[in-house]
Design a protein around this ligand. Structure first.
Ligand code: UN1
Length: 502
């Protein structure tokens, strides 16, 4: 099949013609059967990044049928051979990192540097899962009978539906698709409709690396068809990252179908700055955690808890740094923070900040106002820090944008209680050099990922990723944890005939 589904890239950053979107179904690149889609640049929403046609029900059926047909052969392909394809995918991603990272920034709104780093991260993830072919994937146990051993082997689950969010257009798909394929599954993938171009790029990389037909299908479509994909009778398991409301809907529908599902959902992640912290380090990390990717990470720092005795001093340092962030076009190398993903997201977040500012006990320390310069036409928001006197919606609800809510705590105990005061439990950060406080945090902070003296975001490919409480459901992602979701065990009692003396 042809390797490339889209137009050649422009020679320079200035020549940006919209790219052409294609679906990848049953091994062929084709337009969808549905309505036209125009993918726009959040920094300049009148500018088209890519255009194409959405997938429809018929496309979905064809993709799932092709996946079912491709599954037995792919599952029977030796793991090292599958691994080589993943390795080559990583090489393609590395080779295109600059170009595709720039497209990522253009399409999604994070800075160019973050975009390039994300494509490289996707390459690292593919390389890790290529290496799974060389690691043990089962276990051998003793049997109570002579002449017998018990093997616990792992088999792929089958056709996996992957539904991925806009905020990491290539890294999150990589950490679902790479383990799925490595362990012998086939995938039908519905990326967020805000970032179809980067989805296309990842699919191109896999095809260029030699992925056989039907092993991955890409459906660029709306949410309703994504829901039908998850419920399709030809699908065996569903992996999802995105909003809490959609994730819960999928948990319910998969529960009805008795279908394995893994969801990674919201966060309201807290950073705690204790009196003993290195303030410069803490301020730099909190700014990174709260405002990189314009705060649009499920792992972003959206709550800050500062020990009372140092709060004035620390907040002064922090708000100065935040006010110094340069907000603008993500493709401008000097930009520190780009827009949020859409005008709709911008308006919803601004409304929540405005409503909060009108409540007693809510004080905006920096930011909080709409732009009235040339950024007003883009999806830009000011990086915002809001201090709260007590509990408030801004303390509880995930805004998914550049808004940091602050409260003061009497001491470490009080601070950790405030961290745990959330329905979510994805990640947390504690800044201190007090060993007692560190061990207390390790024991008591109820999250899936805890950082000591580093920001709340970030995930290395070889360790488990996922949250506690309502942040996630089902087995964790990444590292060897991915085996739990993307394979099932088969316990084999293995005896040579004539064993056990009978
Ligand atoms: C990171 O912190 O680098 O949707 C990754 C999200 C998370 C990924 C976070 N699943 O933001």
């Amino acid at each position: 099949m042809p390797h490339s589904a889209s137009d050649a890239s422009p020679a320079g950053a200035t020549a940006r013609a919209p790219r052409t979107l294609r679906q990848l179904i049953a091994g062929t690149w084709q337009p969808g059967d549905g309505a036209e889609i125009v993918d726009t640049n959040p920094a300049r929403p009148s500018e088209a990044v890519a255009v194409g046609q959405l997938a429809q029900e018929r496309d979905l059926d064809r993709a799932v049928t092709a996946a079912r047909e491709a599954f037995p052969k792919w599952a029977a392909t030796p793991h090292p051979v599958r691994g080589r394809i993943l390795h080559r995918t990583a090489d393609v991603l590395d080779a295109r990192a600059e170009q595709w990272g720039e497209e990522l920034a253009w399409e999604e709104g994070k800075t160019r540097a973050e975009g390039v780093a994300e494509v490289r991260r996707a390459a690292d993830i593919f390389r890790y899962y290529a290496g799974e072919a060389l690691r043990p994937v089962g276990a051998v146990f003793a049997s109570s009978r002579a002449g017998e051993q018990i093997q616990v082997i792992r088999r792929p689950v089958g056709v996996v539906a992957a539904v991925t969010p806009f905020n990491f257009p290539i890294a999150i798909p990589a950490w679902k698709i790479a383990p799925a394929l490595s362990y012998g599954n086939v995938v039908v993938w519905k990326p967020a409709s805000a970032v179809p171009l980067l989805a296309l790029r990842l699919a191109e990389a896999l095809v260029e690396a030699g992925l056989p037909e039907g092993v991955l299908s890409l459906l660029i479509c709306g949410g309703a068809l994504g829901g039908r994909l998850a419920e399709h009778p030809g699908v065996d398991a569903v992996t999802f990252t995105g909003s809490t409301s959609i994730g819960r809907g999928l948990i319910a529908s998969c529960g009805r179908l008795a279908r394995p599902v893994q969801t990674e959902m919201g966060g309201k992640n807290a950073a705690v700055v204790l009196a003993s912290a290195d303030h410069d380090l803490a301020a730099a990390e909190v700014v990174a955690g709260a405002f990189r990717s314009t705060g649009q990470k499920c792992t972003a720092t959206s709550r800050l808890i500062v020990e009372d005795s140092v709060a004035d001093e620390f907040l002064d340092l922090l708000t100065k740094r935040v006010a110094d962030l340069r907000v603008g076009d993500p493709l401008d190398e000097r930009t520190g923070m780009g827009p949020v993903v859409s005008l709709q997201a911008r308006d919803e977040i601004q409304r929540a900040v405005d409503a909060g500012a009108a409540r007693p006990g809510v004080e905006i320390l920096t930011g909080g106002r709409p732009y009235d310069d040339d950024r007003a036409t883009g999806a830009f928001l000011q990086p915002t820090v809001v201090e709260l006197a007590g509990d408030d919606e801004l303390w509880r609800e995930e805004l998914f944008g550049p808004v940091l809510a602050v409260r003061r705590a009497r001491d470490a105990r009080h601070a950790f209680d405030l961290v745990n005061e959330s329905e979510f439990g994805l990640s947390a950060a504690v800044f201190t050099d007090d060993f007692r406080a560190v061990s207390q945090a390790v024991d008591e902070v109820d999250v899936g990922i805890l950082h000591i003296n580093s920001e709340t975001a970030g995930a290395e490919p070889h360790v488990p990723f996922g949250g506690a409480k309502h942040s996630g459901y089902g087995p964790k992602e990444q590292g060897r944890a991915a085996l739990e979701f993307f394979t099932r065990t088969k316990t084999v009692y293995l005896r040579a005939s004539g064993g056990d003396g009978r």
